[in-house]
Write a protein that binds this ligand. Sequence first.
Ligand code: XMP
Length: 516
Amino acid sequence: MTDPRHGGIAVLDYGSQYTQLIARRVREQGVYAEVFPYNAAPAQINQHEPRGYILSGGPNSVYDPGAPQLSAALQDGHAPVLGICYGMQALTHALGGAVAGSLKREYGSAQITQTLASPLFRDLAHTQTVWMSHGDRIESPPPGFTALAASDNSPYAAIGDTARGLYGVQFHPEVAHTPQGRQLLRNFVFNVCNCAPNWSPGAFIEDAVAAIRARVGGERVLLALSGGVDSAVTGALLQQAIGDQLVAVFVNNGLLRLGEAESVVRIFGAERGMNLVAVDATETFLSALDGITDPEQKRKIIGKAFIDTFAAEARRRDDIAFLAQGTIYPDVIESAASSGQSRVIKSHHNVGGLPDDLHFQLVEPLRDLFKDEVRRVGTELGLPDSIVWRQPFPGPGLAVRCLGAITWERLETLRAADAIFLEVLEREGLLRNATAQSFAVLLPVRSVGVMGDNRTYEEAVALRAVATDDFMTADWVRLPYDLLAEVSRRIVNEVPGVNRVTYDITSKPPGTIEWE
Ligand code: XMP
């Protein structure tokens, strides 16, 4: 069996905000792509024998002192290269062309027109809209290169040396604002690099199962199963690889949504027959949180209670050698970026701080996957949509949505209101498609109301539904008024103790997604 990571594309990062997107676009074509710092050791860049390289954009000018230059891994010209924006300038500079500061900065949409047919532009329109974002531009291409496309601002919007498979584009084919960009990257991957579409969920699973078995042997592996997508897919993959050698620990902290703990136990325990240890630690968590209202204190207490509970389960068994974590590729890339060039593992926050007496080797079977790939692997492994498409849920759970003091009664009120909101969104097909995160928040205020002939004085609920790609910025979703009316009516009628419902219309920034 060949490793499906072999024969793909190495993406060299020159500091662009779009570098991860380049790798994702390539993988969408069924070809493995991996991101490396531009100056990583050639042996590391070439470990999976890439058939071609893509150089990202970046904030520098090639003539800046200390500006990032062309990687030694591709100086000998043995494989095709596509330089994007700064990557094109670094390529040009290294191969003997000239780069100069442009009189006009080009930022935003532009039109380019092909000036010479090439494999890179096969099947693309003669004139197309692209996304530009650069100051410098190519003054003269390196020997052997010719212009392939021109814009108003430059005769060298794209250049290439078809014989050697070397190309540069001044625009960004990886962003959605370049409508034909996907096809251009597809052309590079298949027409120029001759990659084969080996990268599929099925191929990944086969390879990962073999790798896990080889690594783990006959030992046991411990996993903290939270019910979230990453730990669920990690668990399903490990189960396929090593069956009952996997010991999955699910800690019910009493801060989960309605029916969530039961569904984790049913899906993984009863239906999939996983070796699952379900610990009901509700009492421990709630008594530790008694009277606590400060959000950061809540987080600290919950983090510690989780580690204590999980460590106690781990100590119960002395036959475990490995700890599995649901680390995914963006975590790996981020920690590499934040720690200079070395690739350091970011420990998963839930199990990051295990006590010193517990020593495990790490297994991280998803560390090469983007989130959308994790979902596709989950589906391929037979996990239900309710798990695979679950919205992110914060580690401290409902504690940071139950504002003020946390009691079992208030949690039950919040669970009931939240379940009504999610049920209506799901019924209208809005849960998975229109909202990235949607939930109810129980506020620490009472308000006056009237029900029948009686005056009421009860708690208020806020509904929050946001759309976001990266959770760094977010906008509130313009839900239909009739839907909000139905949810409000049902919450006030069906949930004892709540007499008022509001909808949160704050974007992030300045608001955050959670209320605490
Ligand atoms: P904010 O509220 O900062 O949330 O806009 C951004 C994303 O992070 C999640 N979040 C957390 N996740 N532990 C977690 O595991 C936490 O303490 C925590 N706080 C916020 C939040 O749900 C959103 O997806």
